[in-house]
Design a protein around this ligand. Structure first.
Ligand SMILES: [Zn+2]
Length: 188
């Protein structure tokens, strides 16, 4: 079973017609589950989910979205740092950080699953990420700046980790309690 054999068609990436999916909001328990590696048996699921994940991310709008955020337990994510007329979509299947710099960088992060919440997060400034793209090709990107932070944020999601896990427990609990209260109010 090898992810390299995964071969959805090249047009698996953005289709305007794809229907967006609901985004799970913290503290939804599914956001805390570790997603599983995509295998050849997941081709059909991945092929149908990727366009919908792009549609969901663009509609939000956001610059990244990971599988657990739309309730799938597969290691897939989508990223596009410039969600405008000119699109630069990146579909990531089984992404992993294979190298990270000792140098750190701090930037403000937010998350579609933690609406309205932002905090400064410190992470390695440069990372090399290995993944399989939507055509089944093995790829690697070297990233810095916003892309480096975004890739690490999305890969964290695949391990059940949220950006608030990188900040103080005090601030994290404040944010999560606030979101839980909002969800309770909405359910009423
Ligand atoms: Zn997120």
């Amino acid at each position: 079973m090898s992810a390299e054999t995964l071969a959805p068609p090249a047009d698996a990436v953005p289709q305007a017609a794809a229907e967006p999916l609901p985004i799970l909001i913290a503290p939804h328990p599914s956001l805390r589950l570790r997603a599983r590696v995509v295998g050849p048996g997941d081709d059909d699921t991945v092929r149908s989910l990727l366009p919908r994940m792009f549609a969901t991310m663009y509609r939000a709008p956001g610059i990244g979205l990971a599988g657990p955020q739309i309730g799938t337990g597969l290691r897939i994510a989508v990223v596009d740092l410039v969600p405008g007329d000119v699109r630069h979509p990146i579909a990531l299947i089984n992404p992993q950080v294979v190298a990270a710099s000792d140098e750190l960088a701090t930037r403000e992060e937010g998350c579609l699953s933690l609406p309205g919440q932002y905090a400064d997060v410190t992470r390695p400034a440069f990372v090399r990420v290995r993944y399989v793209d939507e055509t089944g090709a093995r790829r690697e990107i070297e990233a810095e700046g916003l892309l480096a932070a975004c890739l690490q944020h999305e890969i964290d999601h695949l391990d059940g980790v949220l950006f608030v896990d990188h900040i103080s427990a005090l601030k994290r609990n404040m944010i999560l309690r606030k979101l839980a209260k909002e969800q309770r109010n909405k359910a009423r």
